[in-house]
Design a protein around this ligand. Sequence first.
Ligand code: XMP
Length: 341
Amino acid sequence: MLKIVIIFFGFRKKLYVQWIKLDSCKRELVEIFDAKQFIKKSLEEIKETVGDRNVISACSGGVDSTVGTFLVHKAVGDRLVAVFINDGLRREGEPEFVVRILKDLGIKTRSIDAKNEFFKIFAGRVDAEEKRRAFRHEFYSVLGKVAKEEKISVIVQGTIKADIIETVKGIKSQHNVLGQIGIDSLDYGYKILEPLRELFKPEVRMVGRELGLPKEISERMPFPGPALSLRVLGVVTPERVAIVRKATQIVEEETLQLGTFQNFAVLHNDKATGIKNGERVYGDIITIRIVDSTDAVTAKSREVAYKILRKITKRITEDIPSVVRCLYEITDKPPSTIEFE
Ligand code: XMP
């Protein structure tokens, strides 16, 4: 009995110390990062860089690009046009959602239909890095065309510190990192402004809240710039994107209440045997990925209730005719990364 009490006491003590440590870390983040001060300094910097020119901002509707766009809008007002590129790789209803949010925020917005161009560049490409580089090139080329039409020489983008670190380290070529790896954006015809380049995700959210952005933006689940192309392993085609889009919608709907950092589906570049309507099908495989993280630099796979996973699997295999198998990914980052590609 005594032994149990001592162990229990020791355990509590350890927990307490960890709690204090965690608490002081949190306090450090809040104390070191002053969102109000950041916004003040940032507005000055943007005004100085932009001067009396017009600018466009690449906005996918994610936390980073929307906070960046809104910040610049606060600095230069109607001299900013937000550009949403519809690359055919967005989630269900996302193009309409992003354009509506930007317009509701009072920001002039252009939606560019570039679906064909993006699917063309993916043709025949299987390698993850090759696909990423192709996406990046097309992304900047499309922006270059818009910049020319709008007679713009400065483009805003929501690059954050984690994007730069991963690209510079050679882990992944993030779609929105150029100058830091020696590519001159002037080759695409414009200068790039990255007001959030020194921030990590929790700080970007703090800036979003301080700017008064709606929760559906400041608390939005992270979604990568190259969108569903990172979740279609192997060749990216409209048909394969449609499969992962539907599976993603199901995963997101069934996991909304978990409050996790990122929840999504991945389509494999492989097939497996299954049975549908009593017949053999050599069909698609989907992996479900649900992770906890604060800054995306490290992440932990969530121990999700089996009941939820079974419901997701049932819906995916019933609603998507080609899918015969669902897997759940339990690897943390590191050694894996959050996205598969
Ligand atoms: P990984 O897969 O590297 O992802 O663990 C870390 C975080 O970054 C997102 N991600 C990207 N975001 N452009 C982006 O804007 C990209 O090219 C890109 N690649 C990964 C990913 O969803 C996760 O939140």
